[in-house]
Design a protein around this ligand. Sequence first.
Ligand SMILES: [Zn+2]
Length: 348
Amino acid sequence: MSLPSVDATYLQDFLSGLLNTPSPTGYTEEAIAYVEAAAAKIGGVKMERTRKGALLITLEGERSDAPRALTAHADTLGAMVKEIKGSGRLRLSKLGGYPWNFVEGEGCRVRTEQGEMIRGTILFSKASVHVYGQQVDGKREDDSMEVRLDAPTRSADDTRKLGIQPGDFVFIDPRVEWTNGFVRSRHLDDKACVANLISAVKSLRDAGLKPRQTTYLLISNYEEVGHGAAAGIPADAVELLAVDMAAVGDGQTSDEFHATLCVKDSGGPYHHGMSQRLRRLAEAEGLEYRVDIYPFYGSDGEALWRAGGDLAVALIGPGVDASHNYERTHTDALVDTTRWVLAYLLND
Ligand SMILES: [Zn+2]
């Protein structure tokens, strides 16, 4: 069958808006609301929030004897204020897994409890080569990194007067930039795939089509800390397609121009039968896909398996370069991933 067309401009605009909505794990309300508003505008879906704060979208299918689920996560890497230093600068506690050098020199915003945003930069504490010489090569760890605030503060008291306290969220600048079909930004993991799911819903709606089976889309909000989709997917779902970025680098088959089927990651192999079906669906649509293994990676599909979920799980997603760093992918991979999702939704 021929798939409904994917509106790449819609996908790009939706993705830009989501990337510019900060959502470190633990502070995802605004991003979830953004997705909810977009889905409401498309229409024809049922939505509810889980008690944990995720968004569950239900698409009525032609049949409902074997409901399916898909998931992508809206939460991203980020940080929290751990303590205010005597200098007035901030020590951070990371949200999600990344080395400090990946965000060194990056702009950030500290959100106070009152909702005020204070601008700053994440720096190594011995940042000036003219002062510290060789010491600038020192180890990047929690104790040696700090936030320099763009506010006149010289003491812990000055900083407290700005309204900043331990536990405040720190948003790392996404720096979204589109060039020649490429998009580079922080947090393409996994906002790119949320865009894949929502643009698939739009394609179905534009074409007046229903999925083959009643389908749940869980926009999860705790993936980066390992338990996002552990809860929230209705128990009658017989399988889960996790949609998350593919890992690009030396020795990987994945690249920024294609979608990948991940058959194994740190959590072991995915469901063979479901993976085989996804291959056949891609081939029937002429989608040039990759098959890969991700060496240091876990997904929300495995989070549900570990929580006791009894269902088949498979994983697909667009190739993302420099994951958890300043990431990049290409529109070709985004469109192909959306088409693959559509093929899955529309077929037996
Ligand atoms: Zn991810």
